[in-house]
Write a protein of this length. Structure first.
Length: 182
């Protein structure tokens, strides 16, 4: 019975950390994560001895989710729908998951731990752009670097106040897509 309780506590900590990091970033105090999980701080540290252990566990899930989304896009037979869904999904993550890009692109060592996944996602984006170009749905001269520039523009807005971020990020995503489309 104890193992089931321990597993349940660990799962609650991961869920609470995922939500806290997504909403407020990676600097959420560990005490706050424990409070949200309904466990004591000692229980949290028993499962995750360091903040890095907890952040990495949450990021593995988030990176895996991104990989699933990229594979779905690659499986989509409509090149424009696949590329636009990728851009819109990226925009949604900026609105609802501050921790992901903060960890991957910000200061700190988390990005290096996911270098292979980042390369895999970059390769997938290159394929999506190539397919869209071959289908004639992109403006002349638009390449993967242009799409990346649009994604960076969207990512730069993730620190806006929550009340305006969804509207502004969504609008910028629309503008990026309009600028890419033939």
């Amino acid at each position: 019975m104890r193992r089931a309780d321990a597993r349940s506590n660990r799962d609650r900590v991961v869920v609470a950390a995922r939500e806290a990091f997504a909403a407020a970033g990676l600097e959420v105090p560990m005490r706050e994560v424990a409070r949200r999980a309904g466990v004591g701080v000692a229980t949290l540290y028993r499962h995750f001895p360091t903040r890095t252990d907890l952040v990495t566990t949450v990021l593995v899930e988030r990176i895996d989710d991104c990989g699933v989304q990229m594979r779905r896009a690659l499986d989509d037979p409509d090149p424009w729908r696949a590329l636009s869904a990728t851009v819109r999904g990226f925009a949604e993550r900026q609105i609802h998951d501050r921790a992901l890009n903060e960890a991957l692109l910000g200061p700190g060592g988390f990005g290096a731990a996911f270098e292979e996944e980042r390369r895999e996602h970059a390769r997938a984006l290159t394929v999506l752009v190539s397919r869209a170009r071959a289908a004639g749905v992109l403006r002349d001269g638009v390449g993967v670097d242009d799409v990346r520039a649009g994604l960076l523009a969207i990512a730069s807005l993730r620190r806006l106040p929550e009340a305006t971020s969804a509207r502004v990020i969504g609008r910028v995503a629309d503008l990026v897509l309009a600028g890419l489309r033939a």
